[in-house]
Write a protein that binds this ligand. Sequence first.
Ligand code: FES
Length: 154
Amino acid sequence: MFSEQNLKKIDELRKRYPTSKALVLPALWMAQQQFGWISPDTMKYVAGLLDLPVHHVYGVVTFYTMFNTKPVGKYHVQVCTNVSCMLRGGEELAEHVCSRLGVKLGENTADQKFTVTEVECLGSCGTAPMMQVNDDYFENLTNDKVDKLLSEFT
Ligand code: FES
């Protein structure tokens, strides 16, 4: 199921990680990079590859919001609504993003271009309110900044 390249990486990482359990995060991250999300079959595959119980892998996947348990669009918009962001308008910002894209939190746009999710603190509280789109952070946001930003994603 993993590409040859990812299988090679796993073999290399096995030499550097003390246990299979320690390899779960990088293996799941590779899986998400390859497949776009972590399906139940992928969890079983990773568990088998690392010789771990499936429930352990499931626990890791569902603990970290960085793992997608459903397919996401080309642009995954993750809006932080935790305390610092909430106090600086993060919840209203999330509503604005949803309204602008015509979705509810957790949904994909009809064209599968965007997915909007609400996430816990992304560690950028000093620049609240903020959101992450794919691997990039966008900070000190306003509705106008969000509108401009979303229109730039093609
Ligand atoms: S509360 Fe939003 S980044 Fe920390």
